[in-house]
Design a protein around this ligand. Structure first.
Ligand SMILES: [Fe+2]
Length: 417
């Protein structure tokens, strides 16, 4: 899925101590402590099983999205996940069935596509939806919730003009004439026509600023985590340029780390940004080993000492980027003959320390990565876990809304591994 989970603050004020929604690690072995993680998962599961929440009292709808819902509506079942939100903003108190632990205190933010139509024009793909931020706030056993549309330029233009105005994942505005098409092409290379619909993730930087992100660099938008108000475009104050980056950076208290695919000289820049700064600095560069374009990097993996840069045979295609109609693989092409690789960059030097050819693979999300060490503490390997779709690009097409909404009681999506 394209949404990302974000926990702005979660503190434990009573037993059990140190209960946090993240994986802990063992410093002795350098490998993740799965016992600790399992314990945390069991603790979370118990908490959530005892706290089934439903939409409740005192809702305060504020701004309607517009015309009546045109897609299928099934708010009681699975289809509700693929149904457009009905208000631009909403907030209210949730009724809790069971008990929410009183020590659970903090804010949970989630971002993802939430509006898939403009009037009677319906979008085709899950990834096209305009970004909807959802906030759940826990305090002393109470739960408040709200959601609000991210006011990107793409969203605002669509609401004002009642039509698509920017290029989304599978949708593009229809040029009125050949001259308009030429203008479109020119604006694409400048990035002007690309969307800034930041519907893919939400992260908190080390300095507390909260950003909604998508794969276009211009789609980095700062929001207020309390009101969900859109503060404005997050401007990277450097000269790195480029149009796209990984949708899911690695963000810690001390660093924002991401990849910038280079469509001109096929490769990737690994860049970092410190808290309280808008300037990205280059850690190093990876040159592609196969193909005339870099592979798609929706996400990537990082360990304590290394950055793992995947080079998938599902590669960006500038020609497909320019098309007004969606192609079977949208802005990508599948080139298994070009090879698949995992590049490993030292975080200390920016140098490539390993570049390994691997079987063809397709993945959206890396989950975890860690270094394996021997008894003497020497690093013997790197493990990068990802959710792999079996080298099958059909997952992209299966995420069309028509497929998702044709729910027949079974999960129709293919298994990943
Ligand atoms: Fe994602």
């Amino acid at each position: 899925m394209t949404s990302t989970l974000f926990l702005s603050s979660l503190r434990s004020t009573a037993s059990p101590p140190n209960c946090r929604f993240h994986m802990s690690s063992s410093s002795r072995s350098g490998r993740p402590s799965f016992d600790s993680f399992d314990t945390i998962c069991r603790r979370r599961r118990r908490a959530w099983e005892s706290a089934k929440a439903s939409v409740g009292v005192e809702p305060r709808p504020t701004v309607s999205v517009g015309p009546a819902e045109t897609g299928p509506v099934d708010c009681g079942g699975k289809l509700s996940a693929w149904t457009s939100i009905r208000q631009e903003r909403w907030e209210g108190k949730l009724v809790v069935e069971g008990d929410v632990p009183r020590w659970l205190s903090g804010t949970y933010l989630r971002n993802g596509p939430g509006l898939w139509h403009i009037d009677d024009y319906n979008f085709r793909h899950l990834f096209d939806g305009y970004a909807t931020l959802v906030r759940v706030y826990f305090e002393q056993g109470r739960v408040m919730a709200s959601h609000r549309q991210v006011e990107s330029e793409a969203y605002k233009a669509a609401m004002k003009n009642r039509r698509l105005c920017y290029r989304e994942f599978s949708e593009a505005p229809k040029p009125a004439s050949f001259l308009a098409y030429v203008g479109e092409v020119a604006s694409l290379f400048s990035g002007a026509s690309l969307t800034d619909n930041s519907n893919t993730g939400v992260v908190r930087l080390g300095d507390g600023r909260v950003l909604c992100l998508t794969e276009t660099i211009k789609g980095s938008i700062q929001i207020d985590p309390d009101t969900l108000e859109t503060i404005g475009k997050f401007v990277y104050e450097d000269n790195l340029g480029g149009l796209i980056h990984s949708a899911h950076p690695i963000v810690t208290e001390s660093e924002f780390l991401t990849l910038l695919p280079d469509l001109v000289r096929p490769g990737y820049l690994v860049v970092t940004m410190k808290p309280a700064s808008n300037e990205r600095r280059v850690m190093g560069r990876v040159n592609c080993r196969g193909g005339a374009a870099p592979g798609w990097v929706h996400s990537f993996a990082v360990t304590d000492r290394y950055v793992v840069v995947p080079e998938m045979p599902l590669r960006y295609c500038v020609h497909n980027l320019l098309r007004a109609e969606p192609t079977p693989l949208y802005k990508f092409e599948w080139h298994p003959e070009s090879g698949s690789y995992m590049h490993v960059m030292s975080r200390a030097t920016g140098k490539i320390v390993a570049s390994v050819e691997v079987p063809p693979f397709v993945t959206f999300h890396f989950i975890n990565a860690y270094e394996e060490v021997d008894e003497d503490g020497r690093i013997t390997g790197i493990v990068a876990d990802c959710c792999e779709h079996n080298a099958d690009t059909s997952i992209l097409d299966l995420l069309r809304l028509q497929n998702l909404r044709s729910f027949a009681g079974l999960d129709e999506l293919p298994d990943a591994r």
